[in-house]
Design a protein around this ligand. Structure first.
Ligand SMILES: Cc1cc2nc3c(=O)[nH]c(=O)nc-3n(C[C@H](O)[C@H](O)[C@H](O)COP(=O)(O)O)c2cc1C
Length: 206
């Protein structure tokens, strides 16, 4: 039973610190480095099904991330519907064609050469799940009043890091994908998700 203490009317749980010896800490630090060093961004995916419960646990892990004033200014939208994925791919590829043709600088394109990426994004349909991460620029209470969120970009960046680590830990792979601008995605997802206070931060194909 966790010990709960009231501090300034807010319930605080007593932190249970597990203490390791120096050698255990060294081993854990090295083991984790070796595990995380296996993670790679992949651009080809198997279409083998991944259970929704696994994606839920991964998102729960990501949500343990710290955030400015604990506002948790993020939302996740996990898409597995072939129809919606098809729409997202079609819209993303249109946007990417314009990026590669007119929007990206020569330096950017040259930096991307080693990744052999182009405007084709078949993985948006093949990957069993697309996890879209939204950042909530501000909060809304039940009366529709706006509330401040703090360090939104930093908090959402950290939550994405936790998300990638959780995906890797589960034995899955991901690509961080940031087609820009992402308005097309808001439009496609508007049909299934009411977006008002949120901006899309990135898509994670899993
Ligand atoms: C913020 C961010 C945006 C990225 N956007 C894209 C993207 O739009 N398309 C893509 O193919 N890879 C994208 N990547 C993946 C990077 O190319 C990749 O992380 C980098 O090459 C290092 O490879 P690794 O993840 O396998 O270590 C992005 C990564 C980050 C962190």
């Amino acid at each position: 039973m966790p010990l709960i203490i009231n501090v300034i009317r807010i319930k605080h749980h007593l932190y249970n610190h597990v203490v390791y010896s120096d050698s255990e800490m060294s081993k854990r630090a090295l083991d984790f480095y070796q595990e995380m060093n296996q993670r790679r961004s992949l651009r080809e995916f198997s279409n083998r099904e991944v259970a929704k419960s696994i994606i839920s646990s991964i998102i729960q892990t990501a949500s343990t991330s710290p955030s400015g004033a604990h506002k948790q200014p993020w939302k996740f939208c996990a898409v597995s519907s072939p129809e919606i994925k098809r729409k997202i791919r079609k819209a993303a590829e249109l946007e990417e064609e314009e990026n590669y043709r007119n929007r990206m600088s020569d330096e950017w394109k040259s930096d991307l050469e080693k990744m052999a990426t182009d405007a084709h994004k078949p993985f948006l349909e093949t990957a069993p799940w697309l996890i879209v991460v939204f950042k909530e620029v501000y909060g809304l209470d039940s009366l529709g009043r706006r509330h401040m969120h703090y360090y939104v970009n930093e908090s959402v960046g950290i939550v994405c890091g936790f998300l990638l680590a959780a995906i890797h830990n589960a034995g899955l792979v991901a690509l961080t994908h940031t087609p820009s601008p992402m308005n097309f995605l808001t439009e496609v997802l508007y049909e299934i998700h009411f977006v008002m206070t949120e901006k899309i931060s990135g898509i994670f194909e899993v």
